[in-house]
Design a protein around this ligand. Structure first.
Ligand code: AMP
Ligand code: MG
Length: 349
């Protein structure tokens, strides 16, 4: 299994400035940097009239700060706020920062909204499977049952004063399904505060854009082909000041005895979710919502996932089923243009 390890320090891997002269208007330049964080490559690309490296550095520093608080990877961190919360399970409440508390609150809200298909206390199962670790494994039925019993968002206590308590030893929280979205929102906020009006943030395929493009047209975002490698698209969505987040089994998995086991777990069975979906893409204003919803909808499956998306204002979705049919939510159909017509069909189209 391949896994990108986060570097200990912020290392800009790409630093390019491409000038685009445009008549007598001020010259727009593109500044882009990339770092490895949150277990993936994060890229920020700003289009502005001046060098934006300082603003991008600040945005990445904010992402690092979030990772250092919320990672539950013991390979990467000796301690973080959430590792402390998990270690204190069954013993005592732990005080966390407003950042971590806000993400846990949002994660708990989505846990409630999905009746536990998304479950912020999924950690015992994630740890058991070793998803994202160097040593993933298929657990025994006995250990799986024991871990499943420890997963229950209703037992997570978020107390006034930003204190978090898990009532049983072995319980644990994991914000891997939502924190990347929070980080993208925060990075975008920092860029906006620095005066950035046009930018594209690509956090491992989770896209967030600031404004439109400098020429006044929307950003055109390719929707990943779930059955092809990273740079193949099934179609395009056009967005301004929005985010496009996709969840799919190909993001992180391992193979044992010819069977592929992926990282999005169904809390009910304890197994990788198997609902006939190849991927779910969510288009929304805030990346934290899109991130939580794409993971949620993937676990819920087409019917219940679509119902969830339709019940929330200003959120669109594209579900791709394993038979290569794309099922858009009612408003999702307007913003999506299918380009891979030979391989995919649009439901209701
Ligand atoms: P994503 O890539 O955003 O769809 O999130 C997948 C990650 O969320 C996994 O790597 C786990 O850290 C975590 N996760 C897996 N299953 C669930 C679940 N049912 N509810 C909440 N988080 C989950
Ligand atoms: Mg997610």
């Amino acid at each position: 299994m391949t896994r990108l390890r986060s570097a200990v320090f912020l290392i800009p891997l790409v630093a390019s400035i491409v000038g685009v002269a445009s008549g007598c208007r001020p010259t727009i330049v593109e500044t882009s940097d990339q770092v490895f964080r949150l277990g993936t490559a994060l890229r920020i690309s700003v289009r502005s009239t001046g060098d934006a490296h300082a603003a991008i550095d600040r945005a990445f520093s904010r992402v690092v700060e979030i990772e250092q608080k919320m990672s539950v990877s013991e390979d990467d961190y000796e301690t973080t706020e959430l590792l402390e919360v998990n270690r204190a399970a069954g013993r005592e409440p732990v005080a966390v920062s407003p950042d971590t508390y806000a993400v846990l609150e949002a994660a708990l809200r989505y846990s409630e909204l999905t009746g536990g298909a998304f479950d912020v206390t999924i950690w015992p199962l994630v740890r058991l499977w070793g998803i994202g670790s160097d040593d993933p494994r298929v657990p025994t039925a006995e250990r799986l049952a024991a871990a499943r019993n420890l997963v229950d968002y209703r037992r997570l206590e978020l107390r006034p004063g930003e204190t978090v308590y898990l009532p049983a030893d072995g319980m644990g929280v994991d914000v891997g399904g939502i924190a990347k979205g929070y980080a993208a929102d925060e990075a975008a906020r920092i860029l906006r505060d620095a005066g950035v009006e046009h930018a594209l943030l690509d956090f491992g395929g989770n896209i967030m854009v600031i404004g439109d493009k400098p020429d006044g047209t929307p950003w055109r975002i390719g929707v990943q082909d779930p059955f092809d490698d990273r740079n193949q698209y099934i179609g395009i969505v056009e967005i301004v000041d929005r985010t496009v987040v996709t969840s799919g089994p190909y993001e992180r998995y391992f193979v044992e005895d010819g069977v592929r086991y992926h990282h999005i777990l169904d809390p009910e069975t304890g197994q990788p979710a198997d609902t006939g979906l190849a991927q779910v893409t969510i288009i929304a204003q805030h990346s934290i919502d899109a991130d939580a919803l794409s993971t949620s909808a993937y676990v819920l499956g087409l019917e219940r996932g679509l119902a969830l998306v339709e019940s929330i204002d200003d959120v669109e979705a594209l579900f791709v089923t394993e038979d290569r049919v794309i099922h858009p939510s009612s408003r999702g159909a307007d913003s999506f243009r299918l380009t891979a017509e030979e391989d995919y069909t649009l439901a209701g189209g």
